[in-house]
Design a protein around this ligand. Sequence first.
Ligand code: AMP
Ligand code: GLY
Length: 421
Amino acid sequence: MNIALIGSGGREHALCRKLKVSKEISNIFCIPGNAGTAKISINLNIDFLNFKLLLKTLKSHKIQLVIVGPEEPLVRGIVNFLEKNNIKVFGPNKFASQLEGSKAFMKNICKKYNIPTANFKICKNREDFENSINKFKLPIVVKADGLAAGKGVVICQNKKKAFEISNQIFKGKFKSSNKVVLEEFLEGEEASYFLIVDKNSFVRFGTAQDHKKVFEKEKGPNTGGMGAYSPAPIINKELERKIIERIVKPTLKSLKDKKQFYRGFLYVGLMIKDKNPYLIEYNVRMGDPECQVILPRLKTDLLKIVNYSLKNRLNKINLSWENKKCMTIVLCSKGYPGNYSKGKIINIKKFKDKKDLFIMHAGTNKINKNITSNGGRVLNIVGKGQNFNQIRKKIIKLIKKINWKDGFYRKDIGWRVIKKL
Ligand code: AMP
Ligand code: GLY
């Protein structure tokens, strides 16, 4: 069968590599993909948010199944559109995608179903905001309701800043948001928990911890993620039980109660405090770079899991995982997450992937036989092994060999699980 993968990041290269080993797949088309996916599949450079053009392209390449990587097409209803046009698609529909697409939608579910999360207030306008701000202690978290490409959350140390940020949101800084969500600041340790879900059940899909801040020692502005590792030891059996019982099950029930359901990857973003999980956010997709450290540990055929989900038979599948740990460090363009240049040559052709040390591309392009940078997060160097400290050492050794003058990376990825630095 021919399948299409939507997206162009490290997550999509990781998905593509995993699907590539599936015997049932004849061709993988990545829309639009990157220089890494181009090596193992066929890239189609079209705008996937133009659903009509996408449909035409899918038909002309006889594509029978679409797997969606990023959130934006899901939130805009790509699943409803493709299903209506008789193309099988793996991902949540427009209604269920509101779990990520609207923070107000998600928080209202938490309130109604008693799901542990930060106290909050949804403000429709400035008057609401002014009436609510004094009910929160500092720091206060100000969020745009809708998708904001990772820029919609600001932790404000004073009220002046909270006024400023919320004014920008009310004035339409993010087209997708005219509401502001105010939240209590949660202390604790962040971790990510993953599931694959269908109409009737779900399977656990691993744990990971990301590093969102751009600089070492968790300093500087937030990024898409500078590195990750899996599994996350903080999520032990007891905590997992609490996550499922207190957060996942009530959320899936809330959709059922509305005669809706969820299908696809589900990413539960958590704050862990005093051994209890609090929901920070849902993402209706795999995490990036978390996907790059979870998929290399998966032994089960990914297409098989996707097919079981599409047939609502996930309760009949057991996943098997390698007994190894996995880490990735992201090599970024200098200047990221602020301004950076694109089109810088990276000499990586001489580095052949090894079983436990390999490169996944993110923002890369191939121009005249050269691999060039095409984004802020450019490469994910991924390593596997028995010990996080040794894995990190071998990743850093490879990054030093790559010696990309226009890039930078964090040397302290995994500090929580590697005590001595
Ligand atoms: P979100 O887009 O909701 O994931 O928020 C981005 C980041 O902001 C999260 O990964 C957390 O690091 C931080 N964050 C969001 N909400 C809170 C909160 N209520 N308390 C503390 N940190 C938060
Ligand atoms: N790594 C965070 C995210 O994918 O949203």
